[in-house]
Design a protein around this ligand. Structure first.
Ligand SMILES: C[S@@+](CC[C@H](N)C(=O)[O-])C[C@H]1O[C@@H](n2cnc3c(N)ncnc32)[C@H](O)[C@@H]1O
Length: 234
């Protein structure tokens, strides 16, 4: 009988934010899998290693899944990665694919999940705490209330449209887009539309950094940076 593929959300950084279900499945699965060339260098594995000592003794499949907008490269890497998972599944081994935050939000796991489903394998998605919820909590503030809308914006694909939306905006993958964000915020402020902004780089990780207000936002920040832009009540 073929094995089962679990997409396990491990939360954004703090090992204490791993769910009990994630811990149990990581302990029970025959093999782990991570997107990356060296398991120790992946954020998801680092989180798990701190919370689940048994993980260190498990085989871990490393999957070369580069982040690229080149469709052909992307598809080739996904096919290769899936072949690695398929080999283990065909051996009847259950796989815990570790993914940062929640598997349903901009996760490479989604691709593997689709391919496994199409190939007829059993799959399960295990929720994790999304980065934007953890960032909001760390900032000690809520995200939205009553009729306010919440917008999740993948900044590397352009933020211009998203920044015009009302309500609360979550800017993910924002590290290299901070110059554009700053310009937009300044334009909005000039038009009397005041925004409250805060950003966390590496939330819950070793070199966590909290930035409050546009003045503190640096020119660039690392990949694990997330900004929350809230309309300021007048
Ligand atoms: C590929 S997406 C993965 C999102 C993840 N699945 C989730 O549920 O949060 C990567 C983006 O998530 C955000 N992110 C993930 N972990 C983070 C952390 N510990 N601190 C700040 N931002 C984080 C950053 O915006 C980063 O560019």
């Amino acid at each position: 009988m073929a094995g089962k593929l679990y997409g396990i959300g491990v939360g954004p950084g703090d090992p204490e934010l791993l769910t009990l279900k994630a811990v149990r499945l990581i302990q029970e699965c025959d093999v782990l899998a991570v997107p990356g060339l060296k398991k120790e260098e992946t954020a998801a594995y680092q989180i798990v290693r701190q919370a689940v000592p048994e993980a260190a003794g498990k085989e871990c499949l490393t999957l070369d899944m580069p982040m690229t907008k080149n469709r052909e490269k992307l598809e080739n890497s996904h096919e290769k990665a899936f072949l690695t998972l398929k080999t283990a599944l065909d051996q009847g081994r259950n796989i815990a694919f570790l993914t940062l935050g929640d598997p349903c939000i901009y996760s490479t796991y989604n691709y593997m999940h689709q391919m496994a489903l199409e190939a007829g394998y059993e799959t399960e998605i295990v929720s994790g705490i999304p980065s934007f919820c953890a960032v909001s909590a760390k900032l000690n503030q809520g995200l939205v209330e009553q009729s306010q809308m919440l917008h999740i914006i993948p900044s590397t694909y352009g933020i211009e449209e998203g920044m015009c939306l009302s309500g609360t905006k979550v800017l993910m993958k924002v590290g290299k887009k901070l110059g554009t964000v700053r310009e937009r915020i300044q334009e909005e402020t000039a038009q009397e539309r005041k925004q409250h902004i805060a950003m966390i780089e590496n939330c819950g990780m070793k070199n966590e950094h909290i930035y409050r207000g546009i003045e503190e936002i640096p020119e660039q920040a690392g990949y694990y940076s997330l900004m929350i832009v809230k309309e300021q009540k007048t």
